[in-house]
Write a protein that binds this ligand. Structure first.
Ligand code: NAD
Ligand code: MG
Length: 377
């Protein structure tokens, strides 16, 4: 069998580099034909030297790129729609990943989707592109991979509800006042996962879990009242599926993104691979579960409410969160301001049209401008 061509968008990030490690173990099955990064030319150069893909793109080169590399944001779409690409791993962070998700699906590709913001900002448009182009979306997010694996060949009608697990992040046991003034270093110190900076902050506010609830709504076609969340600090149970007969299945393992990445490439097949840490139940115990506290983690409640409200609200939530997280990471606002900025934006930017991707981009921009305006001196 000819190896499948893979484009890795965001190859220099946490998921991108993990994807390259996974694919390096399966050279007969996959061949990387395109890589793109935002601005890390040094790492992209190193990846190019060992992988030798046909296409290299750097979206924001800031003066550092090599001859032969494509430059500018269009390189994501160009990489995603190449004839030699069968699978697009979208490991870009943020709403910047949406155009490539749409283009890849319209071109009939399998999208191994880490970029959950694509589905949050443009869920309906992404599903339309998938149906129209006969593409396929397979989640990389560990919770959604777990759900996909548990559902197997069962139909949506046989699923009563899904229960996403959340680690609870670094502030699970902190009181509200201490959380409000947490530092960037505190917030980046995730207890069970090592990830990029934006998703690490989202995991500390629990905005990440709201994004994942919306992601699950679109991926599995379930209404919000059939999607629950439980805090599970050990990150061993990656999610649960409850079926109509009351049976509950879970997918478990030590936290490691390489398995969900590999599964997104091979689904529905399984291939021989060795996990970094072989599962051992006696080293995984105890497993504990507790409810989410929306009072201490208001970004979670705001995000789920935006999902239920639909229209432009999920795109506004996503953009306000991205803008506020960027301000927090650059030391301009406090941790507690992130949720305040999101709440203010959802109130101010309400009821905009959401019929097209252009509408959603306008709502996204209005939300970002609102957040910046809140803190302009
Ligand atoms: P990261 O910050 O480590 O990497 C992001 C990648 O995207 C980099 O290669 C960067 O160059 C590229 N990029 C960033 N902005 C870009 C832009 N404007 N245009 C083009 N490229 C751009 O992030 P990550 O942790 O790898 O997360 C990537 C995505 O995967 C996010 O949507 C995140 O929510 C999701 N995800 C990550 C994990 C994890 O363990 N890291 C787990 C589940 C889901
Ligand atoms: Mg996740």
């Amino acid at each position: 069998m000819k190896p499948q061509g893979v484009a890795v968008l965001g190859s220099t990030g946490s998921i991108g580099t993990a994807t390259l490690r996974v694919i390096a173990r399966h050279p007969g099955r996959f061949r990387i034909t395109a890589l793109t990064a935002s601005s890390n030319a040094a790492l992209l150069r190193q990846q190019a030297a060992s992988i030798r893909p046909e296409y290299l793109g750097i979206a924001n080169p800031n003066g550092d790129s090599d001859p032969g590399w494509a430059t500018g944001t269009d390189c994501l779409i160009a990489a995603a729609t190449r004839a030699d690409v069968d699978i697009v791993v979208n490991a870009v962070v943020g709403a910047a990943g949406l155009p490539a998700t749409l283009a890849a699906l319209e071109a009939g590709k399998r999208v191994a989707l880490a970029n959950k913001e694509s589905l949050v900002m443009g869920g309906d448009a992404v599903l339309r592109a998938c149906a129209h182009g006969r593409g396929e979306i397979v989640p990389v997010d560990s919770e959604h991979s777990a759900i996909l694996q548990c559902i197997g060949r069962r139909t949506r009608a046989e699923v009563r509800r899904i229960i996403l697990t959340a680690s609870g992040g670094p502030f699970r046991e902190w009181d509200a006042a201490r959380i409000a003034s947490a530092t960037v270093e505190d917030a980046l110190n995730h207890p069970t996962w090592r990830m990029g900076r934006k998703i690490s902050i989202d995991s500390a506010t629990l905005a990440n879990k709201a994004l994942e609830v919306i992601e699950a709504h679109y991926l599995f076609g379930l209404p919000y009242d059939r999607i629950d969340v439980v805090v599970h600090p050990q990150s061993i149970v990656h999610s649960f599926v409850e079926f109509i007969d009351g049976s509950v299945l879970a997918q478990v393992g030590f936290p490691d993104m390489e398995l969900p990445i590999l599964y997104a490439l091979t689904h529905p097949d399984r291939v021989d691979d060795v996990p970094a840490r072989v599962f051992d139940p006696s080293n995984a115990s105890p497993l504990t579960f507790e409810p989410v506290d929306p009072e201490r983690f208001p970004s979670f409640a705001l995000g789920v409410a935006a999902g239920i409200k639909d229209g432009c609200a999920p795109a506004v939530f996503n953009a306000a969160n991205e803008a506020a997280v960027a301000l927090f990471l650059s030391g301009r606002i406090e941790f507690g301001d992130i949720a305040r900025a999101i709440a203010s934006t959802l109130t101010a930017i309400d009821g905009l049209p959401s019929n097209s991707v252009a509408d959603l981009s306008a709502a996204d921009l209005a939300a970002r401008n609102h957040v910046v305006g809140l803190y302009r001196l």
